[in-house]
Design a protein around this ligand. Structure first.
Ligand SMILES: [Mn+2]
Length: 333
């Protein structure tokens, strides 16, 4: 039996807004992901796919920060919509995929996932793939942009409108999350990350220990009943391969490193929800970042280059025969 047969129906939920971002353009992310073939890529992985269309919310007023937050009222309105849409799909037994939109929308999405896990008495693990820790608060943030604050809000540090969205505050505990790929953290935010004992596998860790070790630890101690939520900020990737992002930071994940992250998450078989955020088509080159995101999502759902037999994952894939003519044709042993 292929692993794909176990997946529930996936629900695509677009949230076309950039109200939480410092740059405009991620509002076009949902359509770019659809144009890049997300639906058929998922179908190709063996999933049934339901495109729920887009949720809607207020336009981006583009005003400067007020009381430490930019566009708080608008961010809260969008997040309530995202929360309700994601929670509805989870209750229906489907696997929601949020198409952002800026990363503040994960407040709504993860709040819904956490609420669903509470209702189902299941443990939750949040895998946060990002260049930034997203653990800012009004006091610590230099910009007031809420897309730099979602993890803090989810852990209960933020405005009432955002920390209460899922009904219980805090929505998650810092120890339920694992951040991977981090390479830009504001000074005050850094102190707060340590204070709250957030587990972060930054790029220094990845350089020294490799993606494999980082992901082994990020995915350690999962219970067979754990719901794994993946929050994928496209700026996790190196800007050389993923230019279509507003907040690029050099030194990100290479193509192969990112693929390995996704494949290791797929190997758990426990992913129950996903966010794809911060894709900015206005900065992209011929939609290549969207196409790359779709490629990586395929890996999250179990597509791999050298298919391994699930029962013999530790055995090496060998050439079917040793003749020169057949070299390059890899067969399953
Ligand atoms: Mn982010």
């Amino acid at each position: 039996m292929s692993a794909a047969a176990a997946w529930p129906t996936a629900s695509l939920i677009g949230a076309p807004t950039d109200v939480g971002a410092s740059h405009r353009g991620s509002s076009m992310g949902p359509e770019a992901l659809r144009v890049a073939g997300l639906h058929s890529a998922l179908t190709g992985c063996g999933l049934q796919v339901l495109d729920c269309g887009n949720v809607s919310g207020p336009p981006n007023p583009g005003l400067p920060a007020l009381g430490g937050y930019r566009n708080l009222e608008e961010v809260a309105a969008w997040n309530r919509e995202v929360h309700d849409a994601v929670h509805k799909e989870l209750r229906a037994g489907r696997l929601p995929i949020l198409l952002g939109g800026d990363h503040s929308l994960s407040i709504g999405s993860v709040s819904a996932v956490a609420r669903h896990c509470r209702e189902a008495h299941r443990p939750l693990r949040v895998i946060w793939l990002d260049a930034h820790a997203d653990f800012n608060t009004r006091e610590l943030s230099p910009s007031g942009s809420l897309h730099g604050m979602p993890v803090a809000c989810l852990c209960g540090f933020g405005p009432r409108e955002l920390v209460q969205i899922g009904g219980v505050t805090p929505a998650i505990r810092p120890q339920w999350s694992r951040e991977v790929g981090i390479r830009r953290v504001d000074p005050g935010e850094r102190r707060f990350v340590h204070e709250q004992q957030l587990t972060v596998f930054d790029m220094r860790y990845v350089d020294e220990m490799g993606v494999r070790r980082a992901m082994e630890l990020a995915l350690e101690d999962l219970h067979p009943d754990t719901h794994v939520h993946v929050s994928f900020d496209v700026d996790f990737l190196d800007p050389e391969i993923a230019p279509g992002v507003g907040t690029t930071v050099a030194g990100g994940m290479s193509y192969r490193e990112a693929q390995l992250c996704m494949e290791m998450i797929a190997d758990t078989g426990l992913m129950g929800s996903l966010d794809i955020t911060e894709l900015n088509p206005a900065l992209d080159v011929r939609n290549k970042t969207a196409a790359l995101a779709v490629d990586l999502v395929e890996s999250l759902f179990g597509k791999s280059t050298l298919m391994r037999q699930p029962a013999s994952a530790t055995s090496a894939v060998r050439l079917r025969d040793g003749s020169g003519a057949a070299r390059g044709r890899l067969g399953l042993v």
